[in-house]
Design a protein around this ligand. Structure first.
Ligand code: MG
Length: 425
């Protein structure tokens, strides 16, 4: 007997009777209220004969063979009706290729080119083309690979049992919406309350590309760890130090020698880009952001070229792409993933098997942290995105409102678990 795990995406109501299998028997189901249903089939291999056909006689279903011991031998009969077409976004293969090229180039420290401009255009939701069946199919396949963390909440908390959850949260696009003026990327009061509650139950860190002081002004919670400038400026909580008793005071700046250079290049970039309407250069202390959010699309190539000319003059620096932004930073082996590991060490979890780190972020720079979690085989990453993206995160959430729902749910779960434990004593 083999145990197979399937995830099924659907847009309608599901009842158990809709699942019929000629070769296996449905043993257990997890039904959720939104788009992902997870269930397990235990199939008796000796009864499978030569058919190897899993029949899903239901409406609006997509069945993945992911997880089967040998997926290629199975065929799937299903989908008598297609789900209704709903507005959503996605990437065509061409767009995906451009993004992949971009990521490869950026990782290698390559300089910006037209491909970069094309990719930023492709990733802009304002330029999404009309939805085609293939885009819809692509989105469905992506959500099966990266299901909603809200829908998989039970599985996630089950996996964390007996371990210390540690929360790592990106700021822009994760706790606050992406807005035209980066200086006005405020988080809501409700989100702040959710994060404050979260920090009562779990050690919590903000990991951001922003200057640490600036993100603190947005978040205003002294009980958190802050890793600004993509983790190059880390500071521990100034109150509520209950989690880091084993550690020394956390105050870490691995790129401090670059401060004068960053200041200098910031001024050069401000001067160089001032003729491009809407261009905004932000000094994030140990790195610089050039924002494209308010720049006319026709000027993107021109702006990218200007930034390129400046960065080329300073071999100690490189750049990476973010959401509508170019990030210029020191060439050192340090990123959000390294910051995550550093913070785990500060918390006394360096070589610990009973820790469960959760990292939530929306941008390419957050991928470094997702990859570290995969490598450590601890916890998981959650990508915040409405659109399919190449990612090392395990789960997804669509937007900051869903992040807030997840954080609140986590707090309720922890509180209820604590109450249950007390009542048993
Ligand atoms: Mg972000």
């Amino acid at each position: 007997m083999g145990k197979f795990h399937f995830r099924i995406s659907q847009s309608g109501f599901i009842r158990k009777k809709h699942f019929l299998s000629t070769s296996g028997k449905l043993k257990s189901c997890f039904f959720t209220s939104s788009s992902i249903v997870s269930f397990n089939i235990e199939a008796e291999r000796e009864n499978m004969g030569n058919q190897n056909v899993l029949i899903v006689d239901a409406f609006n279903l997509t069945l993945s063979t992911e997880g089967l011991p040998n997926p290629s031998i199975y065929s799937i009969a299903s989908q008598q009706k297609r789900p209704p077409v709903v507005p959503c976004g996605g990437y065509t293969n061409k767009k995906k290729l451009m993004l992949q090229n971009l990521e490869t180039n950026a990782a290698a420290g390559a300089r910006p080119n037209n491909c970069w401009v094309e990719s930023i255009r492709a990733s802009s939701p304002t330029h999404m083309k009309s939805i085609t069946p293939s885009l819809l199919e692509e989105k469905r396949a992506w959500i099966i690979r990266h299901p909603s963390a809200l829908d998989m909440f039970h599985e996630i908390t089950e996996a964390s049992k007996g371990k210390q959850i540690v929360m790592f949260l990106d700021y822009d696009g994760t706790l606050s919406p992406i807005v035209e003026n980066p200086d006005r990327a405020f988080m809501s009061g409700k989100m702040r309350r959710a994060v404050r509650q979260l920090a009562k139950y779990f050690p919590t860190a903000i990991v951001t590309g922003r200057c640490r002081d600036k993100v603190y002004d947005f978040v205003k919670l002294a009980e958190l760890y802050y890793a600004g400038s993509h983790g190059m400026d880390i500071k521990g909580p100034t109150k509520g130090l209950k989690y880091n008793q084993k550690s020394k005071v956390v105050n870490f700046q691995p790129a401090s020698e670059f401060l004068p250079l960053i200041d200098k290049v910031y001024k050069v970039l401000v001067e160089k880009t001032k003729s491009t309407p809407g261009a905004r250069v932000e000094n994030n202390k140990f790195c610089i952001s050039v924002h494209f959010r308010c720049v006319d699309e026709k000027k993107w190539n021109d702006l990218a070229q200007k930034v390129k000319e400046v960065v080329n003059e300073y071999p100690q620096l490189n750049w990476r792409q973010g959401r509508m932004v170019m990030e210029i930073r020191p060439k050192i082996e340090w990123d959000k993933g390294k910051a995550l590991e550093f913070l785990l060490e500060c918390l006394g979890f360096a070589d610990c098997s009973n820790v469960f780190p959760v990292y939530m972020g929306d941008d390419t720079t957050d991928e470094d942290a997702f990859k570290i979690l995969r490598k450590r085989e601890q916890g998981f990453g959650i990508l915040v995105s409405k659109f399919p993206k190449k990612t090392s995160a395990s789960y997804s959430l669509r937007e900051p409102d869903e992040v807030m729902d997840f954080l609140q749910k986590l707090v309720r779960w922890k509180r209820d678990s604590a109450d249950t434990t007390k009542s048993k004593v």
